[in-house]
Design a protein around this ligand. Structure first.
Ligand code: GDP
Ligand code: NA
Ligand code: MG
Length: 363
């Protein structure tokens, strides 16, 4: 049903509008509760485990700073919006609202610059997120959060507390019950030592909101395979494990494009004696669909609570718009209006959905 996709799209836009308003009215308002009630996907793993690469594969574009060492130093809240109006793919940052980026090399540069603006050109981290939206016909509606990699040691230029600081930051995202955890582990390291799994196990002991992702399958020692992990025998999760082959550093240096990389990844699974029987459930394209579907079912099951929050927000916004008891900036006023419209649209679609049959039911 097209309706469900519209709902996720709306949820995305509501989240975005809530973010724009930020702590308008002082932090603890219905916008922040609404944002918290909506699910998003947090990408968690050790340094260089392949987090940014997995995100890029899901988006199907090159746009993230990548490489060895600590590259991701601020959370990146990435919202994917599927568009069908025939317009071209573009990206937009919350901190530069009126600029549309169509060249993704500039997106990468801006992420770097904006990171440096807050942290300086250091190896330090900051919990202040960067918000980026990508509008494209080729994405599924999703909110993904790229986070600094978990690490054990400080390197030169970092405070001794860095490992703990990163863990605290990552934890603040994944401990929220509405957070879906994308736990990234590299296949060329023992899964028992995976930082991602260790943290996921702590915050989600039943494994109901954790998706295990195994990267670097191509880098395993010859004669070994990852079937014990992928088939759930090493570490059991309620969700399926997904194996991934991202671009290697050599591929990146050669500028191998994303379409070629995805095709190579599919070929890798289809022709592998170890993994051919799992090929249809492996790879980044499959992962993107799996996540979107999961998000859909989470939203579906939360429709009653989301709707009541939305109705509360509508009430608050309507009285706010009526009285405008205090002067508000033009921009804030416009955003309030946007949220109001989006909330009404959500409410309307939800009611149609109800009329169409099974509220919150499964397919
Ligand atoms: P992050 O630090 O977790 O965000 O990791 P990155 O995505 O930046 O990847 C770190 C390095 O590992 C890069 O040089 C990638 O090219 C490489 N890499 C990531 N995933 C794979 C993979 O599946 N196979 C291979 N061969 N290299 C990978
Ligand atoms: Na890295
Ligand atoms: Mg990274």
């Amino acid at each position: 049903m097209a309706t469900m996709e519209n709902l996720i799209g709306l949820v995305n836009r509501i989240q975005r509008a809530c973010t724009v308003l930020g702590d308008y009215g002082g932090g603890d308002n219905s916008f922040s509760s609404l944002w918290e009630a909506l699910p998003s996907v947090a990408v968690v793993g050790g340094q260089s485990s392949g987090k940014s690469s997995v995100l890029e594969s899901i988006v199907g574009r090159d746009f993230l700073p990548r490489g060895s060492g600590i590259v991701t130093r601020r959370p990146l809240v990435l919202q994917l919006h599927k568009i069908d109006d025939g317009s071209e793919e573009y990206a937009e940052f919350l901190h530069i609202p009126r600029r549309k980026f169509t060249n993704f090399a500039y997106v990468r540069q801006e992420i770097q610059d904006e990171t440096d603006r807050v942290t300086g050109k250091t190896k330090q981290i900051s919990p202040v997120p960067i918000h980026l939206s990508i509008y494209s016909p080729n994405v599924v509606n999703l909110t993904l959060i790229d986070l600094p990699g978990l690490t054990k040691f400080a390197v030169e230029g970092q405070p001794e507390s860095i490992a703990q600081d990163i863990e605290t930051m990552v934890r603040s995202y994944v401990e929220k019950p509405n957070s879906i955890i994308l736990a990234i582990s590299p296949a060329n390291q023992d899964i028992a030592t995976s930082d991602a799994i260790k943290l996921a196990r702590e915050v989600d002991p039943t494994g109901e909101r954790t998706f295990g992702v195994l990267t670097k399958l191509d880098l395993m020692d010859k004669g070994t395979n990852a079937l014990d992990v992928l088939e759930g025998r090493s570490y059991r999760l309620q969700r399926p494990w997904v194996g991934i082959v991202n671009r290697s550093q050599a591929d990146i240096n050669k500028n191998t494009n994303m379409t070629v990389a995805r095709r190579k990844e599919q070929e890798y699974f289809a022709t592998s004696p170890d993994y051919a029987h799992l090929a249809s459930k492996m790879g980044s394209e499959y992962l993107a669909k799996l996540l979107s579907k999961h998000l859909e079912s989470v939203i579906r099951s939360r429709i009653p609570s989301i709707t009541s929050l939305i109705n509360k927000t509508i009430d608050e916004l309507e009285s706010e718009m009526d009285h405008l008891g205090r002067p508000i900036a033009v921009d804030a006023g416009a955003q309030l209006y946007t949220i109001l419209e989006l909330c009404r649209a959500f409410d309307k679609i939800f009611k149609e959905h109800l009329d169409g049959g099974r509220p919150g039911g499964d397919r």
